[in-house]
Design a protein around this ligand. Structure first.
Ligand SMILES: CC(C)(COP(=O)(O)OP(=O)(O)OC[C@H]1O[C@@H](n2cnc3c(N)ncnc32)[C@H](O)[C@@H]1OP(=O)(O)O)[C@@H](O)C(=O)NCCC(=O)NCCS
Length: 149
């Protein structure tokens, strides 16, 4: 039985921005944290609610990897859970919601630019590192991770 009562719902892109700011990009204001494609028709933003409040976010975009052209790849961005709920399984629930949605849309590839600090988390879902380490400005060491669905 699940220890914590939580619920995942689709949310508006605007509702992701406070957690994006608090957890991922504290140097940027919530208003600046609009990612390209946030409001595209295919894009989906999942919110994890716990005790009535938003404690986790994950966004997926129909987008091929660099140097690829295809209609079957999905990118993950803005994956974050609130500091006070870390380790409660909410990140896993959000990943599972993303994967389920992509499968339902017949997506074949799931990928992200990952912080190396989160590599082991993504590996739990079958994602694997590809290519060289890179350093987006102010965001620390990153790698591309991907998996086939
Ligand atoms: C990465 C993050 C989303 C994980 O969320 P979470 O709610 O703590 O994850 P869960 O509790 O669902 O953990 C699922 C599993 O992954 C493991 N895990 C979680 N974060 C991990 C990490 N950074 N490194 C290694 N393992 C990790 C957990 O131990 C758990 O393992 P288990 O199932 O074997 O017990 C969260 O730590 C976070 O928001 N970090 C800061 C922002 C960030 O780095 N986001 C990713 C950007 S690329």
């Amino acid at each position: 039985m699940k220890d914590h009562i939580s619920e995942i719902r689709q949310i508006l892109s605007a509702d992701t921005r406070l957690l994006r700011h608090q957890v991922l990009r504290p140097n940027q204001s919530p208003e600046e944290l609009i990612y390209p494609g946030d409001d595209s028709n295919d894009s989906v933003h999942f919110g994890l609610f716990y005790k009535g409040a938003l404690h986790g976010i994950a966004s997926i975009y129909k987008e091929p990897m660099e140097n690829e052209i295809n209609d079957h790849s999905w990118r993950l961005r803005g994956m974050a859970t609130s500091e006070e709920t870390r380790g409660m399984g909410f990140g896993r629930e959000l990943m599972n919601a993303c994967i389920e949605h992509i499968r339902s849309k017949k997506g074949k590839v799931f990928w992200c630019n990952a912080r190396t600090t989160a590599e082991k988390f993504y590996e739990k879902f079958g994602m694997k590192r590809t290519g060289e380490v890179f350093y987006p400005e102010g965001l620390g060491e990153h790698i591309v991770m991907r998996m086939d669905l």
